[in-house]
Ligand binder design. Structure first.
Ligand code: ATP
Length: 316
């Protein structure tokens, strides 16, 4: 048997096709209906056995990434979700030797695309392989749910609906493949701040429900219907904290996007530019128009196109 000394796991970002936020529960979390859709913006997490010469902490972290401003927001200590995932796995299994963890971050940081959660999912899979724990999928999903509401989705990928605080996942039928454009903001938004603003704006939020129009649009692979049924209850709160996002959304819509919304807690904005049974040439033309209009606003740090859905964590 060969023993791996380095394992790299690739993990996608997510966009929420529906984010319905209910009242705050007694445990402080909000009841959610969260339709996750994995898109082809990937982080790569590499774990390798640490050199015997480095101090014997279980994990040591390094990161490279999209830009200095994004990297500056990534903690390189035990506050990093990838390190927390490794520590939890070691604690639960009694396995584990010191590892160096390297994050190659392409998912916007603090952008509402669950980059930290994705890294936690990737670190669980990578350490499980490197340490030879060989946990079942159910146990990995259970550990993921303990690390955070969005972590389990990183393992699963594709399109899935999360309920509870978002961690109880059910795959959703979604045969279509879609093209997206993402407008990255030079600013980050804290998820806690956005939920705080949501509570202020919506003290009487109703119980969240899955949107049946969205479910139908996904099942039929109809990009126009999908664009019309995108929704995010956190969007008013994100716009209240960062009003310039309204201009970004308007620019993409004005250039012909089929749907536009703030991704998760923001500030990344997502634009559906086509897919399903549409003619690829028409989709490419719409994409070019949306990209140009977003760049012309001068508000976006970067504008990036990606496909969805894509699978979850993959060992590379
Ligand atoms: P979500 O969509 O799950 O609410 P997000 O995409 O808005 O999250 P993340 O990129 O996950 O935001 O980062 C949120 C914060 O988490 C960062 O500001 C950072 O302090 C912390 N963090 C911890 N681990 C990581 C990680 N591996 N990558 C990025 N941020 C991390």
């Amino acid at each position: 048997m060969t023993v791996d000394t380095t394992v790299t796991v690739r993990v996608p970002a997510k966009v929420n096709l529906q984010l319905a936020v209910g009242p705050r529960r007694e445990d402080g979390f909000h009841a959610l209906v969260n339709v996750f859709h994995a898109v082809s913006l990937f982080d790569e997490v590499t774990v390798k056995a640490a050199s015997p010469r480095r101090p014997r902490a279980l994990t040591a972290l390094t990161a490279t990434g999209r830009s200095e401003s994004h990297l500056a927001r990534v903690p390189l200590d035990e506050g990093n979700l990838a390190a927390r995932a490794a520590l939890l796995l070691a604690e639960e299994t009694g396995a584990g030797f010191p590892v160096d963890i390297h994050l190659d971050k392409r998912i916007p940081v603090a952008g509402g695309m669950a980059g930290g959660s994705a890294d936690a999912a990737a670190a669980l899979v990578a350490c499980d392989r490197l340490w030879g724990c060989d946990l079942s999928r159910e146990r990995l999903l259970d550990l993921a749910a303990r690390l955070g509401s969005d972590v389990a989705f990183g393992l699963v990928g594709d399109t899935a609906v999360g309920t509870g605080r978002g961690e109880l996942l059910e795959p959703m039928a979604s045969p279509g493949r879609y093209r997206w454009v993402f407008a990255l903001s030079p600013r980050g938004l804290s998820t806690a701040d956005v939920f705080g603003e949501y509570d202020r704006l919506r003290p009487d939020a109703p119980e969240p429900r899955l949107d049946t129009a969205l479910e139908k649009a996904l099942a039929s692979g109809d990009a126009v219907a999908l664009g019309a049924s995108l929704s995010n209850d956190l969007q008013p709160a994100a716009l209240s904290l960062l009003p310039e996002l309204r201009r970004t959304l308007d620019a993409g819509r004005g250039a012909g996007a089929l749907g536009a919304l703030v991704s998760g807690s923001g500030p990344t904005c997502a634009f559906l530019v086509g897919g399903g049974a549409e003619d690829p040439g028409a989709v490419a033309e719409r994409e070019a128009g949306v990209v140009a209009a977003l760049r012309a606003t001068g508000l976006c740090e970067q504008v990036i196109a990606a496909d969805g859905d894509v699978p979850g964590t993959t060992v590379v």
